[in-house]
Design a protein around this ligand. Sequence first.
Ligand SMILES: *Cc1c(COP(=O)(O)O)cnc(C)c1O
Length: 436
Amino acid sequence: MSYKFDKSAVAFAEAKLHIPGGVNSPVRSFRSVGGTPPFIARALGSQIIDIDGNRYIDYVGSWGPMILGHAHPAVTEALQRALSLGTSYGAPTLVETELTKSIKAVFPSMELVRMVNSGTEATMSVLRVARAFTKRTKIVKFAGCYHGHHDGLLVKAGSGAATFGVPDSPGVPEGIAAATLTVPYNDVHSLTETFRQHGEDIAAVIIEPVAGNMGMVLPLAGYLEKVRQITSQYGALLIFDEVMSGFRVAHGGAQQIYKIQPDLTCLGKIIGGGLPVGAYGGRRDIMELIAPAGPVYQAGTLSGNPLAMTAGLVTLKLLTEIPDLYKKISAKTAALCIGIKQAAEEFELKIQVHYLGAMFGMFFSDKRVYDYDSAKQSDTGLFNIFFHTMLEQGIYLAPSQFEAAFMSAAHSEEDIAATIAASRVAFEKVKNCTKS
Ligand SMILES: *Cc1c(COP(=O)(O)O)cnc(C)c1O
């Protein structure tokens, strides 16, 4: 098998003439791994196919949404029906309430829910209502957690920002960044100290309860309980950003697994079934502050639009109806991760492999990874060799050491076996590079 990227190279050169960096979201550009990003022509099930005709087993899944696999027939058929009825009205529809009820059935902490158009919009809006409710200004976030690209939270963010080494983007006013306090993930002591100093001013703590934007990092045992306890003690709100982990690490997200009730939750990705979406919700007494129920303004021309709502509703219905869906996907994720770890060990390479539900990630590091600093110890040079060797064998991973990977219901046993076999080839190449 030999993969050529000729058409993609031409397409990328042309895109760069018209779009900053040739892409509409930075990590897609392959800046951190080098080379040409394949331009994708179509996708089906577990596979994506680029404009040169190369096929890949896809573990990016549009960065999380595609848990049923690409172009699931139930989703595309429902979308075709919805399309024929008009694409947007800017007026209430039945499907908005239906989708919201489907979310609430799985996320009981979300008593009232507002739909928006992206995860960024959800986290931006949730901070406004948290500040209005508590009448406080400061927000606490964790180094390496990413909550979208708005000013208030683009501070020590992981993901693209970590990859590019611009934790503080130019253009973010100092005054806004100053209202955001950043503490290390999984570090109870730092959080306690921060609250001791600023507790009276802290409106909310926002956290990825399972982190996926510095690579995948799990909360240590008891950590989220402690975060819940400290926020309650100081009257600050706890916001779970489950844009990635919701309907992903488990049906009911991280809050179901760890049995923590946040005050507010942000969702996105899976709940839009591959269309642009975000949502935030939580305690009724807080969410009732949002206009027009209350005085906190937040609006959107295309919010709750019928195409995104339809794709989301069908997706969530299937996630509920397919028997043992999460059990099966989790088993596949575990099988793949154990296989990859064993393959690395065959070549005496020490890597850290993390997984939960339908999400996984690995670090080229021989040390335990539990926060942003330990994640950054990873050898990105080795990751890049691994990444390209996988890509050339038809395995599509996120083009950065600092991103998570996603399993879908459409991945087959053969896909997993092929991925493990490919990883053996890639680890051998990595091993040879560590020698020379
Ligand atoms: C993807 C993501 C976001 C941002 O969502 P967009 O739809 O890309 O704006 C926010 N928070 C987390 C945890 C995410 O993974």
